[in-house]
Design a binder for this molecule. Structure first.
Ligand code: URA
Ligand code: SF4
Length: 184
């Protein structure tokens, strides 16, 4: 674990700890406020993120930005990262060995950001951060506290593109987050 951002960022530059390094264009490290109270964790880069090197800039990201705007969450005030930093080919889920290889970077990011709240976007984020025993359908919308951090699992923004109901629930979950932030 590094206690300086610069050291952590340098340590990942040529990472080849898992097979996702073979096809990536860019490592998508993370973006936002480095000491944010609120952090978002997604799954892994898609095609647009792979090209730009920035998380959530594609279709799902645009939907997330719309929710942020509607709720008064400023993207520059939060920190956004993913379970894996390199794009899984064809947008498949990251495999267990890949997530395992990459997770220490994310743990280090969390250690440096020291967020009060972490929003877990979808099943892959939920299971890798809180444990395989959790399911997103049951867990979403409910606070889970662990080691002084409040976690809010919710749908992955890409899931909203296919399901209007999930959009409403996603919005509701983020509203809970926004309200909680205001009491902190
Ligand atoms: N989906 C994710 O999980 N992360 C991104 O950065 C983009 C899409
Ligand atoms: Fe390294 Fe993570 Fe990319 Fe795998 S996904 S090569 S562990 S940065």
């Amino acid at each position: 674990m590094y206690d300086k951002w610069e050291e952590l960022e340098n340590s990942i530059i040529n990472c080849n700890k898992c097979k996702l390094c073979n096809k990536r264009k860019n490592i998508v490290f993370g973006t936002g406020k480095k000491d944010a109270d609120l952090m978002f964790i997604g799954e892994g880069p898609g095609a647009d993120e792979d090209i730009q090197g920035i998380p959530f800039v594609g279709k799902a990201g645009k939907l997330m930005n719309m929710a942020f705007d509607g709720l008064g969450i400023n993207r520059d005030e939060v920190y956004i990262a993913n379970i894996v930093k390199c794009r899984p080919p064809g947008n498949r889920n990251p495999e267990e060995d890949e997530a395992e290889a990459c997770l220490n970077y994310l743990r280090n990011q969390v250690m440096l950001v020291k967020p009060k709240i972490i929003v877990l976007l979808g099943s892959v984020a939920l299971k890798n951060i809180l444990g395989k025993e959790y399911g997103i359908t049951g867990a979403r919308g409910n606070w889970i506290e662990k080691k002084g951090i409040l976690y809010m699992p919710t749908w992955h923004p890409a899931a909203l593109l296919r399901d209007e109901n999930k959009k409403i629930e996603f919005w509701k979950d983020l509203k809970l987050v926004k309200e909680k932030m205001q009491t902190m």
